[in-house]
Structures are given as structure tokens and as C-alpha cells.
Write a protein that binds this ligand. Sequence first.
Ligand code: M5T
Length: 259
Amino acid sequence: NRTTTELELVNVSASWDEGIGELFEKIKQENKANGQPNCDASLFFTNLYITPVLKNISLYLEKGKMLAVAGSTGSGKSSLLMMILGELVPSEGKIRHSGRISFSPQTPWIMPGTIRDAILFGLTYDEYRYTSVIKACQLEEDFALLPEKDKTLLVEGGVTLSGGQRARLGLARAVYKDADLYLLDAPFTHLDIVTEKEIFEKCVCKLMASKTRIVVTSKLEHLKRADKILLLHNGDCYFYGTFSELQAQRPDFSSLLLG
Ligand code: M5T
């Protein structure tokens, strides 16, 4: 249904080394144009280097729903987000989404300026929205300890954020932005279990309740709360569906999440 679907992927495959294929294709065309025989090595190298990072992935996400993307390290979770963002172009299949995307990368960029500037990221300050976001991301307590609160400068002569503060700032920035689809890449890295649980509840589940969200996370508790789960393994779809379907179809799934 087009009106309730926010995101749809149909049999999508992609590789990061696409450039090599294009390069050899160019050499092939040049050889042809110059009447030169084609170098067989090009085919060999093309096959050697083009290893798909995502293979035949299909999913759809309705408006206001949460998709959890899980899988061991290097399984293609970040690549999937990059593909939805348009940074990684699929070699096969179709991607359809209807609007504005807000993306929270694993390591958020920090530029010189105040903490508040880093969260607003060029958007105008709306006190109510800003306060709800920093509360949900538990940044209020951190700001209270700083001499100039969220007007404290970052980088050049200012404070250096801890890994966990940086992760929460990145999440706050992504959530502050109004978008149709939110892509949160491992937003809980560097957070302790208690903080992670609270931010997942307050921010991802409550504050973002009506938002269409994709969260990269392999935590069992998060998978249980998600409307849909995509479990990747070496770029393949190991499982796609609801948590109860996961338990029924892949009773051994937790072994995949430990990696
Ligand atoms: C999957 C390669 C990476 C790996 C494979 C994001 C990105 C990935 N890759 C690139 O060549 N360029 C890129 O910009 O793709 O990596 P991933 O998608 O990062 O996997 P993950 O998100 O499941 O891993 P992790 O460790 O973040 O949990 O071969 O080199």
C-alpha cells in the first residue's frame, strides 16, 4: 500500500567496489573503439573484486514503524543505511522511499561551535523540541555539569566529549531534525547498559513513537520491541520478519548476534 509504506526495498544487491567494474568496462570500450583485442584479465579482476556487500535484500516499512537491523560485524548493516541514503547505489533491485531522511552515523561529526549548535546543525532553535530531545537523550545531566551548559564550546579550546556523550549528541542531532525516515546507526555505542536501556525507551520508543525508524542494534531487548527485524549475515538476509516469527523460524538466531 503506497500511502502507508514509507520504505520499500525489492531484491536489492550492491557492492562497494562498483568503481572497478566501471573502470574495466571503460577499458573494454576503449579497446573496442581502438580495434584492440580485449584483455581477458579484466573479466578475471572484475569477478575477483566485485563482492556484493548486500545480496537480494527485500523489506518494507510502514509509516511510524520501527525496523531493527541486526547481524555480526561486517554483515552489511551500515551499508544498508548508506544504500537507503543513496550513497551506495544498488547494482540490482529497487529502492523506494517518499521523503526526507535524518541519519545518525556511528561516529557523528563534531565541528567548532557550541554544543547547542552541534545539535541544531543549522536548524532554528525551538525550545520545546530541543528540551524534549536533550531530555530523551539524557544530555541534560551532562550539560548541567558544564560551566556554560550547552553554550560551552566544542573542539578548539572547548570541552572534549566522551565517546558516550558524542554518541548521544549524534542521536540528539538526528532526532531534532524533522524527517520522514530516521536512520540510526548503532546509536548506543559507548553507553553503559542502564543508559542504553533508558535512551532506547525514552528516545527511540517514546519520543519517536510516531516516526518511521531504522535502528542498527543487535540487542535482544531492542529486537523484541521492533515492529520488524532484518537479520543480516555476510550481506545475505538471514531473517526478515517479526520477533515471534524469528523465534519460530530461526530458534538459533542468538548465536549470530554475538559476533
Ligand atoms: C560491510 C564495506 C566494509 C565491509 C562491508 C560502510 C562501508 C562499508 N564498506 C565499505 O567498503 N565502505 C563503506 O562505506 O562493507 O560493512 P558494514 O556495512 O559497515 O557492516 P556492519 O555495519 O554490519 O558492521 P559493524 O562492524 O559496523 O557492525 O567489508 O569494509
